[in-house]
Unconditional design. Structure first.
Length: 332
């Protein structure tokens, strides 16, 4: 079987909502082997292991970006969400649909399956990648798999500052450059920069990222016991509403009430890639709850906690005990 035939068969399985966990695991093993062979990436090479510090967040090393494929439901649901977004946009106009893929890593893992389902006349990509090893690997991958007809340009750049080419217009922004709780990596900064330059009709994948505060069960499974409220939403509306202050890049502070009896608190990350495709607690490394504390502690249980998502000097959700006089409005 040729490489393209293999890729097409893998795409069939990834895009089948009925695919079970065992078949998905075997399929992604085959997909990873194909990508490693075609890209020439050496996972153990010193340069592949090093992250890139942009000065405002981290871009992970090529090895770690490549291994994201092993986060199985994450890979499947991003591919499925992107496929649905492209299909919807094609139903609105004949194409090509132009996808801006920011942070491809060495494999452009989320894009390649779609290149077996659509023609170059229907689908085009612009690839952005900051890491030199990943940039070189993805260019070789496109050559080896004879997929260059699907890609208008591959640009080595910081996507959080990239100036989008005015033509052709972008239909879909795709970026998966995040960790759980939106720490360290550049997802929000990249989306803020690029979305502001795109047509108002452009779609986003992921469509929505939500951080929520949860009270977890004190059991080995640490399942959700009580949802305590929304901390941050990243979607089209919130990105459009964001206003960078002269002296701060922080998002507005949110204050949430804490149950008097306390308990195990965690930040929960929920992701909607597109439409019905989402990732909930424990379905991905991106959505594992981030334990932040157990109350009461030595100071008791606070009545409130304040949360502020910062972009600088590195992306992070800060938590602090509030002052006696509230400085922010309670979350709704």
């Amino acid at each position: 079987m040729s490489r393209m035939a293999t890729l097409a068969s893998l795409a069939d399985i990834l895009l089948d909502d009925a695919t079970g966990p065992d078949l998905l695991h075997d399929t992604l093993d085959r997909y990873r082997d194909l990508l490693l062979s075609a890209s020439g990436l050496d996972l153990g090479d010193e340069d592949s292991l090093h992250p890139y510090d942009t000065g405002h967040g981290m871009a992970i090393g090529a090895t770690w970006a490549a291994l994201c494929i092993d986060d199985e439901l994450r890979t499947q649901r991003f591919v499925a969400g992107l496929h649905l977004a492209v299909s919807e946009r094609l139903a609105q106009h004949p194409g090509p649909v132009h996808v801006l893929y920011a942070g491809t890593g060495p494999f452009a893992t989320l894009a390649l399956p779609l290149m077996t389902r659509f023609t170059p006349e229907q689908l085009q990509f612009t690839f952005l990648e900051i890491n030199t090893v990943s940039y070189r690997a993805v260019r070789q991958l496109l050559r080896e798999l004879d997929l260059e007809a699907y890609v208008q340009r591959v640009v080595q750049t910081d996507a959080s500052t990239y100036a989008v080419e005015p033509t052709p217009a972008i239909d879909i922004l795709l970026t998966e450059t995040m960790q759980y709780s939106l720490i360290d990596e550049m997802q929000v900064s990249i989306a803020l920069n690029l979305l502001a330059q795109l047509p108002p009709t452009a779609l986003m994948v992921p469509e929505r990222i939500e951080l929520r505060l949860g009270l977890l069960e004190e059991t080995p499974r640490q399942s959700l016991l009580e949802d305590l409220g929304e901390l941050l939403v990243i979607d089209r509306a919130s990105l459009k509403a964001y206003v960078r202050q002269a002296d701060s890049t922080d998002f507005p502070t949110v204050r949430l009430s804490i149950p008097a009896e306390g308990g195990l608190l965690a930040i929960r990350t929920g992701i909607t890639t597109y439409g019905p495709y989402n990732l909930a607690d424990y379905e991905s490394g991106l959505t594992n709850p981030d334990i932040i504390g157990r109350f009461p502690d030595e100071e008791g249980t606070p009545e409130y906690l304040d949360f502020t998502y910062q972009l600088d000097p590195t992306p992070f959700l800060r938590m602090r005990y509030p002052e006696a006089t509230p400085a922010v409005s309670p979350a709704t």
